[in-house]
Design a protein around this ligand. Structure first.
Ligand SMILES: *Cc1c(COP(=O)(O)O)cnc(C)c1O
Length: 369
């Protein structure tokens, strides 16, 4: 099965993991610190704080940002549930803003949602395509809102030559198995703000600060959300390969773009001239004639070896959220969910695989008309 996204673990990654396993420190130690430093060098951000998942990293970022009960957060419904779930944990309310045809938050619709209770804007770089970050930055600044970017898909993406990671007050990356690089499970918050960085370090580790000799002091409420040394070792090793992984995915994506240029069966996500996408996903949006066949199409593609998936069911459509906030419908997000399929585009695929995916997809869809 060719998967919409998958990890690529190579021998040198395994060597680094074994070294970590044989070392004295298995929990938080020099390998995690090295991985954090590597993330800073790669993205240009001043501080990186590693966590055991992006969900934990989001929890940490929202917490140190002071997000609390009854605050409103403007965010996108087209994301993994964790983006909104971590607001609920803090008693805050996600206000979902509709999206554009590319799956990213519609920046022109953000301002109308701002109220006295709004505390932050949390966009997601869907599939790795950067959001209109300059416009969103201006809105956040004008209304004195925090900007927290869930860039779980977008490690390696950039806008006008600047890597995602330092555009926002805090930026979150995921190193889950099938994200742009992996630490098996893992995540990080990147920030240029020293206070946020220090608060995040305390938050992930019991709120304790070392004093002298045996003495430490717990000065804030914290948890244990730390990354292991094994994960940190894998992270540094994987990060060295990120540009190669992205190159491979970009080559496949560019081939798909050419193959699909003239098709009326579906549309694809266009990447702006001035930006680079990590190509975490390659989404296609089915034409309206095919929408009622989506289940059949999905099953047929799976049967023919294409590990497709749908990203995402709008978060407000989950029963947990329906019970709390009632029936919500945003037309663009609903349409996107009805039409989107993520097709295989990952760094383990050959160009022959890519050709098979394009041929199979076009043939399957033509047969459905
Ligand atoms: C994967 C993902 C997360 C959660 O990441 P984990 O590392 O699995 O906790 C959060 N937000 C988005 C947009 C994601 O894709």
């Amino acid at each position: 099965m060719l998967s919409y996204s998958t990890q690529l673990i190579e021998d040198d990654d395994i060597v680094e993991v074994i070294k970590a396993l044989k070392s004295n420190l298995l929990a938080q130690g020099p390998r995690v610190a090295k991985f954090e430093e590597d993330l800073c060098v790669y993205t240009g951000a001043r501080y990186a704080i590693a966590f055991n998942s992006a969900t934990s990293a989001l929890f940490g970022a929202y917490s140190v940002a002071g997000i609390k009960k009854d605050d409103e957060i403007i965010t996108t419904p087209i994301s993994f549930v964790a983006t909104s779930n971590m607001f609920i944990t803090l008693g805050a309310k996600p206000i979902w803003c509709d999206i554009k045809t590319d799956g990213n938050i519609d920046e022109t619709k953000i301002e109308a949602l701002i109220t006295k209770k709004t505390k932050a804007i949390v966009p997601v770089d869907y599939a790795g395509k950067p959001v209109e970050i300059k416009t969103i930055q201006k809105i956040a600044k004008k209304h004195k809102l925090l900007l927290i970017q869930d860039s779980s898909h977008a490690l390696g993406s950039s806008v006008m030559g600047q890597k995602i990671g330092s555009f926002s007050d805090m930026t979150i990356f995921s190193f889950h198995a099938i994200k742009p690089i992996t630490t098996s499970e893992g995540g990080a918050v990147l920030t240029n703000n020293k206070e946020f960085a220090e608060a995040l370090r305390a938050f992930r580790s019991h709120g304790m600060v070392k004093k002298r000799l045996w003495d430490s002091d717990m000065t804030s409420l914290g948890y244990n959300l730390r990354m292991t040394e094994v994960a940190g070792a894998l992270g540094s090793s994987q990060l060295k390969k990120l540009d190669r992984f992205i190159q491979t995915r970009a080559k496949i994506a560019n081939y798909f773009n050419e193959r699909f240029e003239d098709t009326k069966l579906f549309s694809t996500q266009k990447i702006e001239q001035n930006s680079v996408s990590s190509r975490h996903l390659y989404p296609i949006m089915l034409a309206s004639e095919l929408l009622d066949k989506k289940e059949e199409i999905f099953a047929e593609l799976q049967k023919r070896g294409l590990g497709v998936q749908v990203h995402y069911k709008p978060i407000y459509k989950n029963s947990f959220y329906k019970e709390r906030f009632g029936e919500i419908s945003l037309p663009m997000a609903d349409n996107f969910y009805n039409s989107e399929i993520s097709i295989p585009c990952n760094q383990t695929m050959s160009m022959e695989d890519a050709k098979y995916v394009a041929d199979t997809l076009l043939e399957t869809l033509r047969n459905m008309l």
